[in-house]
Design a protein around this ligand. Structure first.
Ligand code: UDP
Length: 338
């Protein structure tokens, strides 16, 4: 268990919060990130080594395995723009599916048999029932979701073939930031609802557009399950411990079980900021299911994990802190970028 852990994409949003938690627990972490979307300033623990490079660079990954003898890999590195995955599917299948295969090949060579994988509720597509349990059908409606589902299948096959034990963690909507506001969510371009609402409040954009008001939901806007990024991080630590202790492969939802509408997010931001959010009501965004809410029971049973923050103010409050705190919602330019 004390063997070092390789974390790909550890300079990204969910990755950096997980790295900070694991490093704080005294684990030795090496981050591999190409810094295309990651930020070197998101890695603040001195003990963490950042290697700038590609997950699919087998010579590089081999050299890291030789040096560190990793006991486990946590694989965050991926592209995550659903719309772009529709217009440029090969980019997603290359980066999100083909690259991890190369990583897994090196793991097999070195006999590393523990893998924690960032999966997504997008693997379910439009759910056949709510709340979503792991027995819901997985029918992704975009290449992003399919690129992740394919890796889930590959991991199951590797388990059968060579004993790779994996945790496929199906995230719902990651949100919030660390309580001190030092690390947080900085995507470029930013498409996610909560940061877009923050940008509208701080004047970075003129208004936030609400995508659709005619859904079959109580207030007509889409419902999502917003989960605090530090609760997601905690699930990774637990998944690692479960697998390191010899536990079998798991696949489970990570959500709060609480559904929140777009309008409710806007109201919560107005409450925390004391300001009015400039809003424009627009048409539906293609590919948005009306409602995505997790049943998180299985993660509790398998990993002893529950989301400790369940009130939407617990996500929106930190997001406001991040937007107005030391970095004003944006990291400075990467210093280590090649
Ligand atoms: N949304 C919106 N305006 C925006 C961004 C998002 O109305 O500028 C809505 C979107 O249609 C969805 C919800 O907010 O119903 C959450 O979207 P987000 O992109 O944050 O996450 P997703 O659920 O798509 O992964």
């Amino acid at each position: 268990q004390s063997a070092p852990i390789l974390v790909t994409g550890g300079a990204g949003y969910i990755g950096s919060h997980t790295v900070r938690l694991l490093a704080g627990q005294g684990r030795k972490i090496v981050v591999l990130d190409n810094l295309v979307f990651g930020h070197d300033q998101a890695i603040i623990d001195e003990s963490v080594e950042l290697v700038v490079g590609e997950v699919g660079d087998q010579a590089l990954v081999r050299s890291l395995f030789e040096k560190h003898q990793f006991g486990a890999v946590i694989h965050f590195a991926a592209y995550a723009y659903v719309g772009e995955s529709v217009t440029n599917p090969l980019k997603y299948y290359q980066n999100n599916t083909a690259e991890p295969i190369k990583l897994l090949q090196v793991m097999q060579e070195f006999g590393c048999e523990v893998f924690v994988f960032s999966s997504t509720c997008a693997t379910y597509g439009v759910p056949d029932k709510l709340p979503i349990t792991e027995t819901n059908q997985q029918n992704p409606i975009n290449p992003y979701g399919m690129s992740k589902l394919m890796v889930e299948r590959i991991l199951a096959d590797c388990d059968t073939a060579w004993g790779l034990r994996s945790a496929c963690l199906r995230y719902f909507n990651a949100s919030g930031c660390s309580p001190d506001g030092l690390i947080g969510e900085d995507h470029n371009p930013e498409t996610h609802l909560i940061p877009r609402v923050m940008m509208a409040v701080t004047g970075e954009i003129e208004h936030v557009e609400v995508f659709g008001t005619d859904y079959d939901t109580p207030d007509g806007t889409c419902i999502r399950d917003y989960i605090h990024v530090d609760d997601l991080a905690d699930a990774h630590a637990r998944a690692l411990d479960h697998l390191a202790a010899g536990g079998p492969s798991v696949r489970c939802n990570l959500g709060t079980g609480v559904g929140v509408s777009v309008k409710e997010i806007i109201t919560a931001v107005e409450a925390v900021s004391g300001k009015t959010v400039p809003v424009k009501y627009g048409p539906r965004r293609e590919g948005d299911p009306p409602s995505l809410v997790a049943d998180p029971t299985l993660a509790k049973e398998l990993l002893g994990w529950v989301a400790t923050r369940r009130d939407i103010r617990d996500m929106v409050g930190p997001a406001w802190l991040w937007a107005t705190g030391p970095h004003q919602g944006r990291y400075p330019e990467n210093k280590n970028k090649a």
